[in-house]
Design a protein around this ligand. Structure first.
Ligand code: FES
Length: 569
């Protein structure tokens, strides 16, 4: 089989000299250029992405495996996305990184790719970019941090930040104690160890079959994470020889398995957007409604924060994702192919569970119906999402008076005001935090409650926005309203005092305002101006799709494969 790398390294002429000679300045001997598979190791290592800061070490273990199997590993960097530091949002840059990945792969002498991802957006960005090239590819997740420990208690990334900050606002925790918790929460390499977006996406990687079995849960510092990287390095060389391309693994069945796995682990709503975008890249028909129909009856089997009480370290010791998928039985397409060359059914057939309080059976599920609820109605004609397992049962059917915040600055300026006209039956509405409006759809949908409500002991209210929510957060929070306010969605027309009806069982979200009144408000509405009018901001603003379509750039849908481009000399 002629490999694409031979178009660079296999030439016996001036161009071949150029391609090999400069590479040899790294101490690479002649035999590495003998036509063996060249494996790109796509690395999102960065000290600005603390969740991925240990990736150089993982890459070294991948290289061991690649060499051992007779391949030629070459590590390359792409832009990294650190969730905790980047502004305005990493989500805005997800599509930019996917372009970086796609073009880096296609432009170089690469036959197969190992993708190293961890922090939230790095996973979808790398999958999307690689999918548009469709070479044999395999993803290794960086693994979660060890459990947070504060004063003898387990504390979870994100989840306890939200809890502690509410405690500070209600007076139940001092600022000094709050600061002490910082180092106690993040005490090893790895990504958030709750079932937040990073852990959810790592489960998605495994459930799609594009990662090795057990990939999702092994802690970042556990030696078995490095053994997995070594084995993945060996496997990708065979994948190239078998021509096992991404499109052979990322089938409709794989996406259905991933959606059901997200339900079973009580996963993040962010997976909805990322899987819709990935499906559009690889060419699989997937809609927002699929999330509801496929995930509706899935029981939540994993007792992890934010829906439950344990953390990813416990999840791994209990058996990890293979044990969960085994429990799902016929709800999973067992014949779906995975990167190790076996089917999903073969991979999980003997998967053990060592702790039934962490990984439940469907009969003793943590929550009977997990998955993602997709809402429709005049307030969200193209859809909105809500995570029932993180919501309050008493608010799943609710009618309340809207308290409207025009943007995040308006929210921050007024939420702590004791004069704010709000009570616990109201519905908090936040506008202009969608893909275009913010820009980049930040995780602000789980708006903190007003202090005067918190002091009454109320911990949840219905909240609605076009934003996203951290996978580590919880509450009765309606997210991803589409079309967003900045694109002229009805959300932009909501005013203080309007009545809003939420009925999750009927999947309904309704603004109780007559159509002619909405027409008058629309006539007076003006679209907000973009923050910048040049560079990537402009490209993003002009081309980003709405949340129900995955918020990819419109021109990135589909794949171009990886034909060898013209030479440059
Ligand atoms: Fe990186 Fe949570 S901040 S995974």
């Amino acid at each position: 089989m002629k490999l694409r790398s031979s178009a660079w390294f296999g030439l016996v002429d001036r161009d071949g000299f150029i391609h090999r000679s400069w590479m040899k300045n790294q101490g690479l001997p002649d035999h590495l250029f003998d036509g063996r598979p060249v494996i790109g190791i796509c690395n999102t290592w960065s000290e600005l992405t603390p969740c991925n800061a240990h990736f150089r070490r993982i890459a070294d273990y991948v290289k061991r495996g690649v060499y051992e199997a007779g391949g030629f590993p070459l590590e390359f960097p792409v832009m990294s996305l650190g969730e905790t530091l980047m502004r305005p949002t990493t989500m805005m840059f997800r599509n930019l990184v996917s372009m970086d990945v796609e073009e880096s792969i296609r432009a170089n002498p690469i036959d197969g790719v190992v993708l190293l991802a961890g922090c939230d957006k790095t996973t979808p960005a790398l999958l999307m970019g690689a999918a548009s090239c469709d070479l044999p590819s395999l993803m290794i997740s960086g693994g979660p941090m060890l459990n947070g420990k504060f004063r003898g208690e387990n504390i979870g990334s994100g989840t306890h930040v939200w809890k502690f900050s509410e405690d500070v606002r209600s007076g139940a925790m001092s600022m000094c104690e709050f600061m002490q918790a910082e180092a106690c929460m993040s005490r090893s390499a790895g990504h958030c160890m709750t079932m937040g977006t990073a852990s959810t996406m790592a489960c998605v990687v495994e459930a799609l079959g594009i990662g090795m079995p057990t990939n999702a849960a092994i802690p970042a510092v556990d030696s078995r994470r490095y053994a997995l990287a070594h084995m993945a390095g060996r496997r990708i060389v065979d994948m190239v020889k078998e021509d096992l391309r991404m499109s052979k693994i990322l089938t409709r069945k794989a996406f259905e398995n991933a959606i059901r796995a997200v339900g079973a682990v009580g996963g993040s709503t962010n997976a909805v957007i990322h899987l819709l975008a990935l499906a559009r890249r690889i060419g699989v028909e997937l809609t927002l409604n699929d999330w509801d129909t496929l995930g509706r009856d899935i029981p939540c089997l994993v007792n992890l924060m934010p829906s439950g009480k344990y953390l990813m370290e416990d999840f791994y010791y209990a058996g990890g994702l293979p044990a969960v998928i085994r429990e799902l039985g016929d709800l999973i397409h067992r014949d779906a192919l995975t990167v190790n060359g076996k089917t999903m059914g073969e991979n999980v057939a003997e998967a053990p569970c060592y702790n039934r309080d962490v990984i439940r059976t469907p009969r003793e599920a943590l929550k009977p119906n997990s998955g993602i609820a997709v809402l429709k109605g005049n307030l969200c004609p193209n859809g909105a999402v809500l995570k029932p397992s993180a919501a309050s049962p008493n608010l799943m059917k609710h009618r309340g008076r809207a308290v409207v915040f025009e943007d995040i600055e308006d929210f921050r300026a007024r939420i702590d005001d004791s004069q704010l006209d709000i009570d616990e039956t109201c519905v908090m509405v936040l506008k202009n935090c969608g893909p275009r409006g913010y820009p980049g759809m930040p995780e602000v949908g789980n708006m903190p409650l007003p202090p005067k409500i918190l002091k009454q002991g109320v911990t949840d209210m219905v909240r609605i926005s076009d934003a996203r929510m951290s996978g580590t957060a919880y509450g009765t929070v309606v997210l991803h309203v589409s079309p967003e306010a900045a694109a002229g969605g009805v959300l932009a027309l909501v005013r203080n005092g309007d009545m809003i009806e939420l009925d999750v069982a009927s999947r309904r979200l309704h603004l109780n305002v007559a159509d002619d009144e909405l027409g008058r408000r629309r006539a007076a509405w003006k679209a907000p101006q973009p923050v910048f009018d040049r560079g990537y901001y402009r490209l993003y603003h002009e081309h980003v799709l709405q949340a129900d379509q995955g918020a990819d750039l419109d021109f990135l849908a589909g794949k171009s494969g990886a034909p060898v481009p013209r030479d440059c000399h």
